[in-house]
Design a protein around this ligand. Structure first.
Ligand SMILES: [Zn+2]
Ligand SMILES: [Zn+2]
Length: 244
């Protein structure tokens, strides 16, 4: 097989303009435990209906990178450009090539990609010690926690159920905010974020609403706001009718 170095991949990442969602796929894969994941997990994280969608989109990306590397002939399974495979159980495992993960580190795509917006608010209200603040922020700033959250929970908003790609198309595939469910004031010194238990995927709209008050609304409170809204809009319609 063709052997390319981390540096070769790095050059391609620098040179080829990838779509935001293609970068997101690489980041999700990178942040999966030991860089190993299945197509089903990728589908959930990116909002694809099933593993076939993940195969297709990740395959297209792999093909593009393979072609840019000059890999000829391209492996029959294009994904081989990015990953090696193992089938320990029912499903194939995608194991990210170390050259790819190294290149992602070198280009800096896998560390501080996303800052979770509430950190900025929390800094204002947080008085219990700078060390804790820095530690929690460091956790949330690193995309590790958020991507592990999305890997587990998927990219649909837990409040309103929206999948952003259904509205905005492919550029939004896999894009979602992550909300930290605990207030920093509740958090003890030994606190360590558990990405599955302590973080929840929420769309930017619901996230903004959650933070309309301090301390923030809970997920269930905002769900109830949405339910109540139906009544409010019915009232609005009635009012308009009366005017007319
Ligand atoms: Zn939402
Ligand atoms: Zn939040």
């Amino acid at each position: 097989m063709a052997e390319y170095t981390s540096n070769d991949y790095l050059q391609i990442f620098r040179r080829v303009k990838l779509h935001p969602y293609q970068r997101r796929m690489l980041q999700i894969h990178y942040h999966a435990p030991e860089h190993i994941m299945t197509a089903t997990q990728m589908a959930r994280a990116m909002g694809y209906r099933n593993w076939g969608g993940a195969n297709l989109h990740y395959g297209v990306l792999a093909k593009r990178i393979g072609e840019s590397l000059g890999w000829r002939p391209l492996p029959e399974t294009n994904l081989y450009v990015l990953a090696e495979f193992e089938k320990p159980g029912r499903e194939w495992h995608w194991i990210m090539r170390s050259q790819v993960s190294d290149a992602l580190e070198m280009i800096g795509w896998v560390e501080t990609e996303q800052v979770i917006p509430e950190e900025l608010d929390n800094i204002e209200t947080f008085h219990e010690g700078a060390a804790k603040e820095i530690r929690v922020n460091a956790y949330e700033r690193s995309s590790v926690a958020r991507e592990q959250c999305i890997l587990h929970h998927g990219c649909a908003c837990v409040v309103c159920g929206v999948v952003l790609a259904k509205i905005y198309g492919e550029t939004a595939q896999g894009y979602i905010h992550v909300h930290h469910l605990h207030q920093l004031s509740e958090i003890g010194d030994s606190y360590k974020v558990n990405p599955i238990r302590d973080l929840a995927p929420v769309c930017p709209n619901c996230h903004a609403i959650i933070h309309l008050k301090k301390p923030p609304y809970s997920i269930n409170e905002v769900k109830r706001l949405i339910a109540d809204k139906i009544i409010v809009s019915e009232i609005a319609v009635t009012v308009n009718d009366e005017k007319a």
